[in-house]
Design a protein around this ligand. Structure first.
Ligand code: CP
Ligand code: NVA
Length: 309
């Protein structure tokens, strides 16, 4: 049994294994309908319990389809309907019950410590479905999308992130170390990644390149990533933050400073950080990106259940 919480805590070898498995599985499913089960039903009879403390569309649906296509099933809990949510039951007791009824637990939460606590008390794998510091399943799937479209290992590509230093960027930074690719970050001066994230990069003898000028960050890049300036439950002065990011909008003009065949990716939902013209252009691969989460998360589940080749 393995947990899937932060990319930085998983070996490069295991992350690559997950991507290789996802590619094989995706290719083999071309003629299958959405709910048809993969040959061999490797997770037959397994129950994945999902719990969301914040809104979700993609993560919810993609994990639902992922476990179904592996032969298992899922149950989605709303945190405000549990005793835990109302403070009437301890997290330890809740975790023990989840482990008794279910085989895996996927949690989207506002508190990183909650994932760590659940990890301590669960005897089933926990998967991080987004926390304040990480969106690991999203980013691993995004690496898959980049390699699928560019048809080469991401280590041979230049990646740019334009936007806030949030959970998605933290995971992208971890991925840049694990998969060894060049990552430029374009953000306003006061919004660079947190010290603990940059210290971890340094500790691993790697580098990320931070620019306070968007055009410099995208120069010569193959992929531009972005995300909402205001994340879910972001407790900031929204008007000020949006204004601070005014010069970091993804426009056709900005993209013209990247490589000619540069693609645009965004985990969604989007805000005003990307121009509609770019978002609906043929450089934008956001729908393929969203769907790939099903494929990669299937292999993440298999990794957690110790069933990856
Ligand atoms: N990208 C992503 O995690 O989307 P949801 O918030 O809709 O799950
Ligand atoms: N950074 C965003 C990602 C949403 C999928 C958030 O945390 O709200």
């Amino acid at each position: 049994m393995k947990h899937f919480i932060n990319l930085k805590d998983i070996s490069s070898k295991d992350l690559r294994k997950i991507l290789v498995d996802a590619k094989k599985r995706k290719n083999k499913r071309k003629k299958l309908n959405t709910l048809e089960v993969d040959k061999g039903a490797p997770l037959r009879g397994k129950l994945l319990i999902q719990m969301f403390e914040k809104s979700s569309l993609r993560t919810r649906l993609s994990f639902y389809l992922a476990i179904k296509q592996l032969g298992g099933g899922t149950l989605t809990l709303r945190s405000n309907e549990l005793h835990l949510g109302e403070g009437g039951e301890t997290l330890e007791d809740t975790a023990k019950i989840l482990s008794t009824y279910g085989d895996g637990f996927m949690l989207r939460t506002d508190k990183d410590e909650k994932i760590e606590k659940f990890k301590k008390y669960l005897s089933i794998p926990i998967i991080n479905g987004l926390s304040p510091s990480s969106h690991a399943s999203q980013v691993l799937s995004d690496i898959f999308t980049v390699e699928e479209i560019k048809k080469k290992p991401i280590s041979r590509l230049n990646i740019a992130w334009i936007g806030d230093s949030n959970n998605v960027l933290n995971s992208l930074i971890a991925a840049s170390v694990k998969f060894n690719f060049k990552l430029n970050i374009g953000c306003p001066r006061n919004y660079k990644p947190k010290k603990f994230v940059l210290d971890w990069v340094k500790k691993n003898k790697k580098k990320v390149y931070i620019f306070n000028y968007a055009k410099k960050a995208v120069s010569n890049c193959d992929v531009i990533f972005s995300d909402k300036v205001i994340s879910l439950n972001d407790k900031v002065n929204k008007r000020k933050k949006l204004s601070d990011f005014k010069k970091f909008k993804i426009t056709e003009n900005l993209i013209s400073h990247a490589k000619k065949d540069c693609i645009f990716l965004h985990c969604l939902p989007r805000g005003s950080e990307v121009d509609e013209k770019v978002f609906f252009s043929n450089k934008s691969k956001v729908w393929q990106q969203a769907l790939n989460r099903v494929h990669v998360q299937k292999s993440i589940l298999l990794y957690c259940f110790g069933k990856l080749g």
